[in-house]
Design a protein around this ligand. Sequence first.
Ligand code: 5GP
Length: 253
Amino acid sequence: MARRKKIYEGKAKILYEGPEPGTIVQYFKDDATAFNAEKRDVIEGKGVLNNRLSEYFMSGLNDIGVPTHFIKRINMREQLVRSVEIIPLEVVVRNTAAGSISKRLGIAEGTALPRPIVEFYYKDDALGDPMVSEEHIIAFGWASQQDMDDMVALALRVNDFLSGIMMGVGIKLVDFKIEIGRIWEGDFMRLVVADEISPDCCRLWDAKTGQKLDKDVFRRDLGNLADAYTEVARRLGVLPENNVPRGKPTLIN
Ligand code: 5GP
C-alpha cells in the first residue's frame, strides 16, 4: 500500500493529498499553540473535538447555502475537504470587544460593538499576521475589489449563522477568525469558507457567567482547554455520548 502524501503541516492540522483530484484530507492534531507558537502544549482530545465541531459548523453552513470546502468527516480526526487556493488573509469578525481590538483601541473587554466589525490580517507568521487594510490587499494583489466585497458578505453570513447557533445554547460569540479560499470551476471562480471553524479560532463566552469556552483558556491559563471545548460540543449536541478519548486506556483486571 502506498503511503499518502503529506502536503502541508501547520500548527493545528496536517493536510494530506485526498483520494480524488481536487480533494484533501485534513487531520486535526492535539497541538495547541498561541502567541505565534511561543506558547505550545499538547491537549489530549482537542483534535477530535475540533474535527467534530468544524464538521458541525461547516456542514450547517453548506446546508444554508454558504459555500465551504467541507465534504465529509472521515473518522475521529480527519475530514475530506475540497482543495482550495487559500487567500493569504485571516478574516476576523467582532461582535464584542476583546483581545487585540481592546488592546489596540483601549476598549474594555466585553463592550458590545455598535455593529459587527470585519478586519483583515495578512497571514505571515514571520511578521506576526499584521492587520492590513483594503488598500493593502488590493494594491498587493492578494484579492480583488470584488473578492473583498464577497469576503465581507461571506464573513457576515458566517457571523449571523454562528451567533444564532451559539446564542441558542447560551454562548455569546464574541469574535472569530475564518480563512477563505478560491475554487475554480472551469473559467469561474468562487470563494468558499475553508480551514476550520472551532473554538480554536473563536471567542465563546457563557452568556450568563461570561466563562470563557475557547482558546483563551489556553492563552491565559484559565483551566483545562479540552473541558471547555467539550462543554461547547455537549451544549451543541455534537458529542451526545460525551465520549472524547482522553488519557490512556485504563487496564481493568
Ligand atoms: P485577536 O485579533 O483579538 O487576537 O483575535 C480575534 C479572533 O480571531 C479570536 O477569536 C482569535 O481566536 C481569532 N484568531 C486571530 N488570529 C488567529 C490565528 O492566527 N489562529 C487562530 N486559530 N485564531 C486566530
